[in-house]
Each structure stands twice: as C-alpha cells, then as structure tokens.
Design a protein around this ligand. Sequence first.
Ligand code: 5GP
Length: 205
Amino acid sequence: MARHGMPLVISAPSGAGKTTLIRRLREEFPHFAYSVSCTTRAPRDGEVDGQDYHFLSRERFETLRGQGYFAEWAEVHGNLYGTPLGPLREMLRQGRDVLFDIDVQGARQLKASLAEATFVFVLPPDMKELERRLRLRGQDTEETIARRLHNACQELREAPWYDFLVVNDDLDAAYARLRAAYVAGTLRPVYHPDLVAALAQGNLL
Ligand code: 5GP
C-alpha cells in the first residue's frame, strides 16, 4: 500500500547541532530527498555548490524571487535563503520523503502552504551551551556569533507550534529522538490517503 511522501521540516538556532543530526538521518534513510536551498551567503569551507546550497548573488536571488521561484524565503542573519518550488513539487509528486533545513520564518510559511508537513524543532540544552558550540566551530566572527545568539532567542519562541521538540543535550540521544519523530510522522493518516479512504468506508484495503 503506497503512502504519500512526507515533507519533514527541521529548524533550529544555528549551533544546535541540526546539520549533524540531518546528516545522520540522511545516512540512515538514504531514500530521503533533500531540498537544496538557494542562499546569498558565501560558501563555508567544504560546502559544495548544488549539494549544500545553490550559492547565488543577491541580485540573482531577488530576480528569481520576483518570478515566484521560491516556495518560501527568508532573510536570516543578513543573508537571503529560499526553497525552490519546482524541485519540491517534483519530489513530492514522486512520493518521496523530503527533508528541509530551514529557519522559523520559512517554516511558518510552509505551515501555511504545505500544511501536511511534519515540523521538528531542534533545541540546544541551554544558551551557554549554544554559545560554546558556536565558538567551537570556529567558522564565524565574534559579530556573527553575537547576532546568531540574539536571533536564537527570537527563534526559540516559535518552537512550541512545531509537532516535535528534540533537545540536543547528547548527540546519540538527540538522534534517537529525531529518528523517532520521523518514524512517528510517517504514521500520520495524512500520508496514508488510500488507507484513510478505505477506512472511511468501513474496510481495510
Ligand atoms: P546556515 O547559513 O548556517 O547554513 O543557515 C542559517 C539558517 O538558514 C539556518 O537556520 C537554516 O535552517 C536556514 N535556512 C537554510 N536554507 C533555508 C531556506 O531555504 N529557507 C529558509 N527560510 N531558511 C533556510
């Protein structure tokens, strides 16, 4: 019995460990399609264009945005980010589960336009630990770290409307929680329309 593809939206303040958790999820479940976002941010060391992000100039991003190219977009930490609509439609049409790593503003837009998505928020254990992790990764300037910490406080206010909250106090434990949220999400009736239709008629398939 076929089930529909599940859009799985994961948000977190930067430094919460989301990228590592998403990498593990994609390793364990290689059937996941990944929504590669566009961004005007410069690539970090090791990031590959077309794989981690599509890296665009602000001008190009704004042109595409004007053409309705994005399912959602947001300005995060001074850079523009957006989810291309075309590939997203195609991946869902194929019935694939699609992973989104997007910020709370974009998630809220998808909550309106893609209501059947499952939303997971990854939380740091506390703000001190978040600051420590941001410094440890050594990729950002002091100014960027300060801005990210300030933004984190705003982002955390949005967490309560998500379907699942995953506290990342320990990577293995957090991964087990994220995995459980994913598996639980796939059991929602909205992804099993054939079964739901049969049940409405008082039958199993
Ligand atoms: P980073 O620059 O650290 O890769 O990402 C910064 C923030 O932008 C993260 O919270 C990430 O989830 C978010 N982000 C990445 N891609 C998108 C996108 O396509 N749309 C939105 N709204 N946020 C995104």
